[in-house]
Ligand binder design. Structure first.
Ligand SMILES: Nc1ncnc2c1ncn2[C@@H]1O[C@H](COP(=O)(O)OP(=O)(O)O)[C@@H](O)[C@H]1O
Ligand SMILES: [Mg+2]
Length: 359
């Protein structure tokens, strides 16, 4: 899969930009705050349906404007596809494939796939569970679009349940209806996440062993309130009884404290938690292994490598890790920000200055 063309109108500091990409390595060069990350953000928007910087759509529109848009042409699944997103301050954003009617997230997710590496990905090991769930959910969704719709249904029911709890004066029968739905959806979500984690572990283990000269063994352990139960049905039943048991507690606290939205996984190196005991270097390697594994798995599951987006990570890495990662991603499209001209002197460079493109 590779991006061919990107067109930005009033997106961040890109007022009107057209960018061509080559199939191999693309390097985006420019000074600090020139607009390099903004370009990756626009591309990744089509993979995730939102910014990877975890911000609102309206923050993406160029200051002082009401509308912005991104259009991208990419090659993948044996065809050229054009996707566009129109963002507006007041209304809803509209995503289209070709000239189609506006699509819902679950209808376009998985069409364009990308893996992004950013300097704050250390939070995958060190940060809160939310970081890891977000990573997991997005990775699974890109390869299994139906997971995205299960997850959005779960979040919708969870929001309804929370609204009910917040109101106080709860009608038990209604709460039970929500709990029943959440339990069933949590069963599906947990089974999918655990299966993905197992596959991811298999891939990431190889990368970390490789990077550490066989010294480090990576394992991932998935944590859920459903314990070690394995089948969808068992997990559903477990949640139904857990929700019943904790009903009063949730009512007293006006919040849904139990469910799949509390899941987490820990990254373990040589049988010890990387978060608690890993050195900075081990944590960094573990994150690289996870992200490389995400790409590998995506290729295995869909038959095609996703586009690799590297935001400023090379300048952060030591020589060995830098060389390792670059040696692992030679056979696919890579779009890198940060001018590391000594490494890349052949491929097409894209220069950015104050949001403007010079190619
Ligand atoms: N909504 C926006 N409208 C206009 N400019 C923006 C907007 N959001 C961010 N910027 C500008 O974009 C620039 C940062 O771009 P970024 O891609 O993060 O830079 P870098 O090249 O360092 O990666 C800053 O100059 C910032 O002011
Ligand atoms: Mg940047």
């Amino acid at each position: 899969m590779h991006v061919e063309h990107l067109s930005l109108k009033n997106f961040r500091n890109a007022v009107d930009s057209e960018i061509e990409f080559s199939k191999g390595v693309n390097v985006i060069c420019g000074a600090n705050a020139a607009g390099k990350t903004n370009i990756l953000e626009a591309i990744f928007y089509f993979a995730a349906g939102k910014s990877f910087r975890n911000c609102k759509d309206r923050e993406l529109i160029t200051f002082g404007n009401d509308k912005g848009s991104i259009a991208m042409r990419f090659f993948g699944n044996n065809a050229k596809t054009k996707m566009s997103a129109t963002l507006s301050k007041s209304g809803r954003r509209v995503i289209k494939i070709g000239e189609s009617a506006p699509l819902r997230m679950t209808e376009y997710i998985g069409r364009f796939r990308a893996v992004i590496f950013t300097p704050d990905h250390l939070s995958l090991v060190k940060g809160s569970p939310e970081n890891r769930r977000r990573f997991l959910d997005l990775a699974i969704s890109q390869s299994f679009p139906r997971y995205a719709s299960t997850l959005s249904e779960y979040n919708r029911v969870l929001a309804q349940k929370n609204a009910l709890l917040k109101r106080g004066n709860v009608i038990d029968e209604l709460l039970e209806v929500y709990n029943e739905k959440l339990a069933a959806l949590a069963g599906t979500i947990t089974v999918n996440r655990r299966k993905y984690i197992n596959r991811l572990e298999r891939e990431a283990k190889i990368f970390l062993a490789d990077m550490s000269g066989g010294k480090e063994e990576l394992t991932l352990s998935y944590q859920t309130q459903a314990g070690d139960l394995e089948t969808q049905e068992e997990i559903k039943e477990k949640y139904i009884s857990l929700f019943a048991e904790k009903m009063q507690y949730e009512k007293d606290h006006f919040l849904a404290h139990y469910g799949a939205h509390k899941d987490d996984f820990s990254v373990v190196i040589n049988k010890k938690s990387a978060r608690m005991y890993g050195s900075q270097g081990q944590q960094r390697s573990a994150v690289l292994a996870l992200k490389l594994a995400e790409g590998e798995l995506s290729a295995k599951l869909t038959g095609e490598y996703p586009v690799f987006l590297l935001d400023d990570i090379l300048s952060e890495l030591d020589k060995d890790r830098k060389e390792y990662i670059l040696s692992r991603i030679t056979d696919r499209q890579v779009i890198i920000t940060g001018c590391e001209s000594e490494i890349f002197d052949t491929e097409g460079k894209i220069f950015v200055r104050e949001g403007k493109i010079f190619q």
